[in-house]
Design a protein around this ligand. Structure first.
Ligand SMILES: NC(=O)c1ccc[n+]([C@@H]2O[C@H](COP(=O)([O-])OP(=O)(O)OC[C@H]3O[C@@H](n4cnc5c(N)ncnc54)[C@H](OP(=O)(O)O)[C@@H]3O)[C@@H](O)[C@H]2O)c1
Length: 326
């Protein structure tokens, strides 16, 4: 029997933003038996390879942070890859993990599982109550299937095999290791990159799509890693009492949101860009508000620690290091 620190934990997606933060946090807590594979070593869409990996390694726990992730443009351009790869990765990891005897899995979803017009803030029980945002529907459908996989394995094999698979739904995340691709990135890395370039090139203004009025919520990735471990380690009775058998997921948010205009100003301040910020209101805005209701997790005892401003300062410092910029 492994002690807590010796538990063999597989972090899938350990080189990604969330996976690497989970690894950092587990190491900080003294875990000594972490395992991971790069995509080159183990393509998680490859069922036979994943089966062989689990048969050989037999981990005790899995953090499933591997996924194909991207912004609106990427979701719109590669919908087939988003649905196929995400379904394959989660099917393989959850099913082959189960076959090899893994009792605990934490699956990471996303706030886009909720209907486009879900009441704000979005509660866990908004799932499957309405139509999804069409742009990222394929991705969201895969994530919903992941939640349902965990629930179904618990229902069928919870008693007989002692499986306890859980799902956490993070809001928008940011932090070290984010994706700064000029076309495929989320709003925070995109704005950091653009303000940084504008400062470097003495650009007088930066134009941002939309009116700047939509409100969005952002959580620092190290807080997400702590929340993931919190949800994974939570007492089973407490978890089961907090969720429902067929609504087994739990939201992880920051708890408040900010307008895109204020976010842009904050990022300009952190980057020290002194030019003008112009909003191009002829461009689409997206949903006026997207905020998670994270009261369930808060009531159980977890709250985020890192403010948006201090998270952005650390993120920009890491961006500079990674890109060897000054
Ligand atoms: N970022 C956010 O704002 C956000 C918000 C809500 C939820 N989430 C969820 O959090 C999880 C992690 O997201 P993230 O932001 O950390 O994404 P990320 O930085 O893109 O990391 C994903 C990781 O998964 C790996 N991966 C993808 N497909 C794979 C495959 N076929 N075989 C092996 N490895 C594979 C990637 O490997 P490569 O490096 O080789 O590509 C990468 O290391 C995802 O489930 C996502 O839905 C993220």
């Amino acid at each position: 029997m492994h002690t807590d620190a010796e538990k063999k934990i597989y972090v899938a997606g350990h080189r990604g933003m969330v996976g690497s933060a989970i690894v950092r946090e587990l190491k900080r807590r003294g875990h000594t038996n972490l395992i991971y594979r790069t995509r080159q070593e183990l393509d998680l869409t490859d069922q036979a390879a994943v089966r062989h990996f689990f048969e050989t390694e037999k981990p005790d726990q899995i953090y499933l942070a591997a996924a194909k992730v991207g912004g609106i443009h990427a979701n719109n351009t590669y919908p087939a890859e988003f649905i196929y790869e995400n379904l394959m990765v989660q099917n393989n990891v959850i099913h082959q993990g189960f076959l090899s005897g893994v009792k605990k899995i934490l699956f990471l979803g996303s706030s886009c599982i909720y209907p486009k017009l879900a009441p704000q803030p979005m509660r866990e029980d908004a799932l499957l109550t309405g139509k999804l945002e069409p742009t990222n529907e394929p991705y969201a459908i895969a994530k919903i299937a992941g939640i349902k996989l965990c629930e179904s394995y618990n229902r069928q094999y919870g008693q007989s095999h002692g499986v306890d698979y859980r799902s956490a739904m993070p809001t928008n995340l940011y932090g070290p290791g984010d994706n700064y691709h000029p076309e495929n990135s989320h709003v925070i890395p995109a704005l950091i990159f653009r303000f940084h370039e504008a400062k470097k090139n003495n650009q007088a203004e930066v134009v941002i799509w939309g009116t700047g009025s939509p409100m969005r919520e952002f959580l620092y990735v190290d807080d997400m890693a702590k929340a993931s471990i919190f949800v994974m380690e939570m007492d089973q009775k407490l978890y089961q009492n907090s969720v429902q058998v067929q609504q087994n997921h739990i939201n992880v948010g920051f708890g408040s949101d900010i307008t895109i205009a204020n976010l842009a100003q904050l990022i300009a301040k952190v980057v020290d860009y002194k030019g003008r910020i112009v909003f191009d209101s002829s461009r689409p805005d997206g949903a006026p508000k997207k905020l998670m209701d994270s009261s369930k997790l808060k009531d159980i005892g977890w709250t985020p620690q890192v403010s948006l401003e201090s998270g952005l300062v650390t993120t920009y410092r890491e961006f500079m290091k990674d890109h060897e910029l000054s």
